[in-house]
Design a protein around this ligand. Structure first.
Ligand code: GTP
Ligand code: MG
Length: 316
């Protein structure tokens, strides 16, 4: 806690390689599952603000896609979203997963090339950086943490280093203190009960995507985009129509499945997730369509709502 008790407000980027636990941390801090988090890397595709409100501060957490070496137009879009999310913030939380190694091997461990690239790009933005070492519950030997911290410290002088296990709400208080120390004084900008900057229909599309990861094989979810065609809240239950776009005709059959079994399972799962979010009943209708090679075509990306950070208004 800062010495004075003035209210604080500011922006906090949450960045790092894919799958290190960024969205899980945002959810743990906000206190509600506002961002989809899955065991699959590159789940998050767009920036989202998670609003973390406490009596003494409000921190706007910018959940970002994972920093990686992009090959497709979609991947380039994701990395540009991630870097845009880290600009002009009060502090960057750079997340890195603690390797699950024996003490012996952790002594020789070094961050990999992708993690180093990510660090370099974040350092280039000139903001204070707190290194957050994630998934401490996976540490085989608690002594293995020190060599990992040393290896990171050899690369950069961080403002602080905080180990956490966000999935188990561990280490969050020290992290909260670090965040508060970087927030300037100021009043809240969002109502305390507002949890994100995104409209319900955006969250509904994300929850459908989360189900795609549950039900589709390996690479297929990465070829899918979800567009909400209609979201009608006027009836006794919400009525939602969404289209799942795939890249190739052959993928359409896989998403639908024999006897439409797969798409039905996706729809049932997504409906339950949306109902948990809204607290209302929901009638969800999904169709599957083809947007040829959309992940590689910047103009198609834009029509599916993935508009570059400096481009036209974002998807809602
Ligand atoms: N054991 C353990 N697993 C965790 C922890 N935090 C996150 N995970 C898991 O790590 C996986 C990735 O988590 P995400 O929060 O989606 O990671 P991310 O960095 O947002 O990933 P991308 O959006 O794909 O870049 C999920 O299976 C989480 O449950 C943790 O503290 N402990
Ligand atoms: Mg994520």
């Amino acid at each position: 806690m800062p010495v004075d008790s003035a209210h604080r407000f500011g922006f906090v980027a949450v960045c790092g390689r894919p799958n290190v636990g960024k969205s899980t941390l945002v959810n743990a801090l906000v206190g509600e599952p506002v961002a989809i988090a899955t065991p699959h890397p590159q789940t998050t595709r767009e920036r989202m603000l998670g609003i973390w409100s406490r009596p003494q501060f409000q921190a706007v957490l910018v959940d970002t896609p994972g920093l990686h070496r992009p090959r497709s137009a979609l991947n380039r879009y994701m990395v540009s979203e991630a870097l845009a999310g880290c600009r002009d913030v009060d502090v960057v939380l750079l997340l890195a997963e603690i390797p699950s190694l024996s003490l012996d091997r952790s002594a020789r461990w070094e961050p990999g090339d992708v993690a180093r690239d990510g660090l370099e790009r974040i350092v280039g933005l000139g903001r204070p950086i707190v290194l957050v070492l994630t998934k401490t519950d996976q540490l085989r030997d608690s002594k293995a943490l020190l060599p990992v911290i040393d290896a990171w410290q050899r690369l950069h002088t961080f403002d602080a280093i905080v180990p956490v296990a966000a999935l188990h709400n561990e280490g969050l208080e020290p992290l909260e203190r670090e965040v508060i120390n970087h927030l300037p004084e100021g009043p809240s900008h969002f109502p305390d009960d507002q949890l994100t900057d995104r409209p319900l229909r955006w969250h509904a599309a994300e929850l459908v995507r989360a189900e795609l990861f549950e039900h589709l094989e390996q690479e297929l979810p990465y070829s899918c985009a979800v567009v909400i065609v209609r979201y009608d809240e006027r009836g006794p239950v919400d009525s939602i129509e969404a289209t799942v776009f795939v890249e190739r005709d052959s993928q359409r059959g896989m998403v639908v499945g024999k006897g439409a079994r797969v798409i039905k399972a996706i729809s049932i799962g997504a409906r339950a997730r949306i109902e948990r979010l809204t607290g209302r009943g929901c009638d969800l209708r999904l169709r599957v369509d083809v947007a040829p090679n959309w992940t590689r075509d910047p103009s198609r990306l834009a029509t599916l709502g993935y508009v570059p950070p400096d481009g036209a208004p974002r998807k809602s």
